[in-house]
Design a protein around this ligand. Structure first.
Ligand code: PLP
Length: 379
């Protein structure tokens, strides 16, 4: 039962998904759980506690403030910061976040900052742009990179990684292979150029270990497990979505979004529903109002029958425009009453089918769910 709009978070589904993804990997491969954007809209606190218990090795976030929030859950695990910015350097160090350096500019600012604070061997990662063309250093930067890494003791280069552009798309397999090849070439070249022997600690003669490698996101793990290297970075799969119907079967959606019917309207032919009269009844109809709207993360694109909810096992289209705080659905053919619960998505009616009906993806629907929706944890 839902007496208000709730996002139920099922932690056993999270455990199932973690094990399903892990089962594709060698025992020695590290697992980074991507928990950016409020753990994909789920609520980081319970998710982190569960993932800590399950034994993930690393967390990944986009921005420094998110990293600070993850740190405040009490986790002691390392946190990879995917998008560090100079304005956040103090925050990064204060919360022991590990930045991913993606350009020569950023690398220079980061080493200058560390030097100014007399910080030595700060755990740092390097992101290589293998073809997503979003963030990352290129092969042309390699001599300058090697020179900086060889001559600084401010940084400990822990890993060199990259990110695939279309790991979920079988039609782009050739491009994915090309990205893998560029990443391999860059890594081999960089390691050869960095003078690792210089980086051994003074008291031992042993050279520092090579940086380790990671490339795959969820669809990478599911479609190209041979590219797993030393670690993988999974987000959407942990929350139960595999970006393809046959992959979805391996996973269980963690979140269920539910809202009660707060009012029913019996309307005559010609009467309209909602703002701008965007829906006009073509016959007598019954309309149910639900307490969630675009301020909760159901954008207007879901209106005008693009989106739908499930009530007593039947599909009810969203009619008219989505309001800020409410949607109206057509329940003319559905046996339902005041207080009955509408399912927007759940384990049986996945967020991806609703998102796809409106021309978007599960990631956007999940991460857009606003703080106003109450999160309820189920074991
Ligand atoms: C968001 C992100 C991921 C996680 O991707 P999923 O498809 O959700 O598994 C991994 N790596 C990077 C660099 C990311 O930005």
């Amino acid at each position: 039962m839902a007496d208000q709009t709730v996002l139920e978070i099922n932690l056993s589904a999270l455990a199932h998904n973690y094990r399903a993804l892990r089962s594709k990997l060698k025992a020695t491969t590290k697992f980074l759980a991507v928990v950016k954007a409020q753990a994909y809209g789920h609520d980081p606190d319970p998710i982190i506690h569960k993932l800590d218990e399950l034994g993930v090795d690393y967390y990944g976030v986009a921005y420094a403030q998110e990293g600070a929030q993850i740190r405040s859950t009490g986790t002691k695990k390392p946190i990879l910061l995917l998008h560090p910015m100079p304005v956040h350097f103090d925050l990064i160090v204060a919360h022991n976040l590990e930045p991913s350096i993606y350009s020569l500019d950023l690398l220079r600012e980061w080493t200058a900052y560390l030097r100014s604070k007399s910080i030595k061997r700060y755990p740092t990662h390097l992101k290589f742009n293998s073809g997503l063309n979003r963030l990352g250093v290129t092969h042309r930067d390699i001599d300058q990179l090697a020179e900086i890494f060889s001559n600084t003791d401010s940084i400990e280069l822990l890993s060199v990684f990259s990110h695939l552009a279309a790991s979920d798309d079988p039609d782009e397999a050739a491009y994915t292979r090309e990205q893998m090849q560029r990443y391999d070439d860059f890594f081999a070249d960089l390691v050869q150029k960095i003078d690792l022997s210089e980086k051994g600690s003074a008291e031992s003669e042993v050279p520092a270990n090579k940086p380790w490698r990671h490339l795959l996101n969820t669809s990478g793990v599911l479609n190209y497990p041979e590219g797993q290297h030393d670690m993988v970075r999974c987000g959407i799969g942990l929350y139960g979505y595999g970006n393809a119907p046959e992959k979805d079967l391996l996973l269980r959606p963690v979140a269920a979004l539910k809202a009660p019917i707060v009012q029913l309207h019996h309307l005559q032919k010609g009467e309209s529903v909602g703002y701008n009269r965007a829906y006009v009844c073509q016959h007598p109809c019954i309309i149910a109002t639900l307490p969630l709207g675009h301020a909760d993360g159901i954008p207007r694109i879901y209106g005008k029958k693009a989106g739908f909810v499930w009530i007593n096992g039947q599909k009810a289209p969203i009619v008219g425009n989505v309001c800020m705080d409410m949607i109206m659905v057509d329940v003319t053919e559905i046996d339902c009453r005041y207080g009955d619960v509408a399912i927007i998505f759940d384990a049986d009616h996945g967020a991806q089918s609703l998102a796809e009906a409106a021309g978007t993806i599960s990631y956007e629907l999940l991460t857009g769910l606003s703080k106003r929706i109450k999160r309820v944890i189920t074991p």
